[in-house]
Design a protein around this ligand. Structure first.
Ligand SMILES: Cc1cc2nc3c(=O)[nH]c(=O)nc-3n(C[C@H](O)[C@H](O)[C@H](O)COP(=O)(O)OP(=O)(O)OC[C@H]3O[C@@H](n4cnc5c(N)ncnc54)[C@H](O)[C@@H]3O)c2cc1C
Length: 420
């Protein structure tokens, strides 16, 4: 039985790799001129690999940790949570662990699972729920800066039902230790892609599906047919309607695509010729400015200088995007100068990576808005001969991550194999 896999990100490559290993013929169609999708390692900015997309493996038990160990890819333990510096709302500047020990009020914003107030069974926004649970506006601001920025959108857009408890479940499932891949995150996708028939520069525009199988047409007028297809298009692309399905997808699938949300995301990356932070223990900064979150991918990499990467989603990203590339980069530099109390730091190179306007992603990663709990599950359901993978189709506890995308690819490939 033949299969087309649409998209050569982590989900598509894990699906195609699984099918090939099972002896099934597979063709992978990828719009870009590279594989990896939201895994995008740059080796031109400076002498060490820099991640333009995904950067961390979240958890020693995460499926991608297990995969990396199996493939012999070296992992570097990352300690950002406790060793990072945080600018408190009262302007104090201390390590995260010191702040948590000194201020129980602050500690609570890092531990939402501990809240006992029941969430409205009809769902409510994370912001509304936390206010009802007694959070002050100051605490809400911390949640916005620290939790919601990583979760992908602002607290007023996140479902409380889908959010509260998730961090704890994630820790229990995947473990507490984050890792970086010093040789580049793309090592993982390159290894999965070996032996696959991948067509780059092949943007799919139409997918016809039915009892006879699948026929796929591309923007450059190529066509491919197969018995089945695994669709790993990012949620933003599915929502844009740029890929037409004929016949239309079932109404519940369309409803799930509409109900979920993709928050905006961007990275601002600065390369400094000499270190701007002397303390080698400082790996990350939680800033009170915009962008709210920084880390240094060059820590312990032997680079004479330093690279600092800022990551912004949600309202932070919307405000930065409104400034345009130059304005956002200047804003980022201004924030870093304020936090380090050093107006003289000047990068030798800086760039932004704007995932929101990237036509083959159209956003950062999926989030569950109020009332959309369960929609990822609907999105993941097979509609033979189409099978569905991608981070947005992973269970809430794994979604929006590389390991979630990887597992979704395994699941879709197994569904396809058991349909034969
Ligand atoms: C800035 C940023 C930082 C992140 N940081 C982390 C992190 O530290 N840790 C973590 O676990 N996760 C992180 N994530 C999330 C993670 O990157 C994603 O969840 C994961 O990589 C998604 O994989 P995927 O295969 O589902 O989608 P993608 O990687 O987006 O793959 C989909 C593929 O489909 C292709 N495509 C799109 N349209 C078409 C078309 N018309 N025809 C053919 N192909 C098409 C795309 O080009 C792409 O290659 C981050 C994401 C972003 C944006």
């Amino acid at each position: 039985m033949t299969t087309i896999v649409v998209g050569a990100g982590m989900a598509g490559l894990s699906a195609a790799h699984t099918l090939i290993k099972a002896g099934e013929p597979v063709v992978v169609l990828e719009a870009r001129n590279r594989i990896g999708g939201r895994i995008y390692t740059n080796r031109k900015l400076c002498p060490i690999p820099i991640e333009f997309g995904a950067e961390f493996i979240h958890g020693e038990r995460a499926a991608t940790s297990v995969l990396a160990r199996r493939l012999g890819v070296q992992l570097y333990p990352w300690r950002k949570t406790d060793d990072s510096y945080v600018r408190l709302e009262n302007d104090m500047w201390m390590t995260m662990s010191a702040a948590r020990a000194a201020f129980p009020e602050f500690d609570l914003v890092r531990n939402l699972s501990a809240l006992e107030t029941p969430i409205s069974p009809q769902d409510e926004s994370l912001a509304d729920y936390l206010r009802r649970a007694g959070f002050s506006e100051e605490q809400l601001h911390y949640v916005h800066r620290m939790y919601a920025n990583a979760a992908g959108d602002a607290p007023q857009y996140l479902s409380a039902l889908a959010t509260i408890g998730l961090s704890q479940q994630r820790l229990e499932m995947n473990g507490n230790q984050d890792f970086r891949i010093l040789d580049g995150y793309d090592m993982l996708v390159k290894m999965l892609a070996a032996d696959l028939d991948i067509h780059l520069d092949t943007p799919v525009s139409h997918i016809e599906w039915g009892g006879d199988g699948v026929s796929v047409t591309t923007l450059n007028a190529a066509s491919f047919t197969a018995d089945a297809a695994i669709i790993t298009l990012p949620l933003g692309v599915l929502q844009s309607g740029r890929v037409h399905f004929s016949p239309q997808l079932p109404t519940d699938k369309q409803a799930a695509i509409r109900a979920l949300k993709v928050g905006p995301a961007l990275k601002l990356i600065y390369y400094f010729e000499s270190p701007i932070v002397d303390d080698p223990e400082v790996m990350a900064i939680y800033s009170a400015e915009n962008p709210p979150m920084w880390w240094s991918p060059s820590v312990e990499q032997g680079l004479p200088g330093q690279v600092w990467t800022a990551f912004a989603t949600g309202d932070w990203a919307r405000d930065l995007l409104a400034l345009g590339e130059d304005g956002a980069l200047l804003q980022g530099l201004k924030s870093l100068r304020i936090e380090l109390d050093n107006p003289y730091i000047d990068p030798i190179a800086m760039l932004w990576v704007n995932w929101t306007d990237d036509p083959y992603t159209l956003g950062g990663y999926s989030v569950v808005p109020v009332g959309a709990m369960g929609m990822r599950d609907v999105l993941s359901q097979p509609t033979p001969p189409l099978y569905w993978a991608g981070e947005a189709t992973a269970p809430d506890v794994q979604a929006a991550t590389v390991h979630g995308a990887y597992l979704s690819g395994l699941r879709a490939a197994e569904q396809r194999l058991s349909s034969a």
